[in-house]
Design a protein around this ligand. Structure first.
Ligand SMILES: C[S@@+](CC[C@H](N)C(=O)[O-])C[C@H]1O[C@@H](n2cnc3c(N)ncnc32)[C@H](O)[C@@H]1O
Length: 234
């Protein structure tokens, strides 16, 4: 009987190819197959581009597509299908590295894969290699303390605007990822929560055309880049 392979969920960090862990690099270099996910509208994978210096030329790179739709059943089916493709690879005794931006456990497509692997291949060997998140990279880029002493940090999504920020109490610092739409509402919520004055946005941190936007009001006059986050503090 063939020994099954192992799935590694690998965080490739926020963009700088030097911001991968040594473990991530070793796993990528030794994987038999590379997987990543991309929207069905666009087969391009930034995660693969970041990890490219470490991917052997003879290793297959398999970009799994997922639909950009709110139809839950369509999305669920796509992830089950993607997990099956990975499971088939493991059943051949091959080791697979699923590359994901930043950290695999933080707003990542690897989360879907993990859940679906439990359905399609219960007991599969899986190891997650953590990565540097976008907001840790941004705070380092700015030499700005993310959280200290007994303070709290709220990490949240801005995709639906500022409600998550308005409704919290006792939080001194926030990191808002997906701050690319509803920016007016995010800004208003930061003002309401007393977090606006010490806010800064970072777009494409550590990548070409990186931007640091100290006056986040500016974001209201343009369509912010998808790769935009905001750090704010009391
Ligand atoms: C789906 S989440 C992925 C988060 C990622 N797993 C992490 O650990 O940071 C995508 C959001 O992360 C943020 N992001 C990821 N990389 C970034 C970068 N290099 N610069 C700024 N924001 C980034 C943006 O807010 C983007 O909308």
């Amino acid at each position: 009987m063939t020994k099954t392979g192992k799935l590694f969920g690998v965080g490739v960090g926020p963009g700088d190819p030097e911001l991968l862990t040594m473990k991530a690099v070793r796993v990528i270099k030794t994987a038999d197959v590379i997987f990543t996910a991309a929207s069905s509208k666009n087969a391009y994978s930034l995660a693969v581009e970041i990890a490219a210096p470490y991917i052997s030329t003879d290793v297959p790179v398999n970009i799994l597509s997922f639909p950009m739709t709110k139809d839950v059943r369509t999305v669920e089916n796509a992830w089950v299908e993607n997990a099956r493709i990975i499971a088939d690879t493991l059943k051949k005794g091959l080791n697979a590295a699923f590359l994901t931006l930043g950290d695999p456990m933080t707003y990542s497509t690897f989360g879907y894969i993990l859940k679906k692997m439990n359905c399609v291949m219960p007991g599969a060997k899986i190891e997650t290699i953590p990565g540097i998140t976008s907001f840790h990279a941004a705070s380092a880029r700015l030499n700005r303390i993310l959280v200290e002493g007994e303070e709290s940090l709220l990490v949240t999504s801005g995709a639906f605007g500022g409600d998550r920020i308005r409704n919290v109490d006792g939080v001194e610092n926030v990191a808002i990822v997906k701050a690319y739409k509803n920016i007016k509402d995010i800004n208003q919520a930061l003002k309401d929560a007393g977090l606006y004055n010490k806010s800064v946005a970072v777009a494409k941190c550590g990548r070409d055309r990186e931007e640091i936007i100290h006056d986040i009001c500016e974001l209201e006059n343009r369509e912010p880049d998808y790769w935009t986050l905001i750090l704010a503090s009391k």
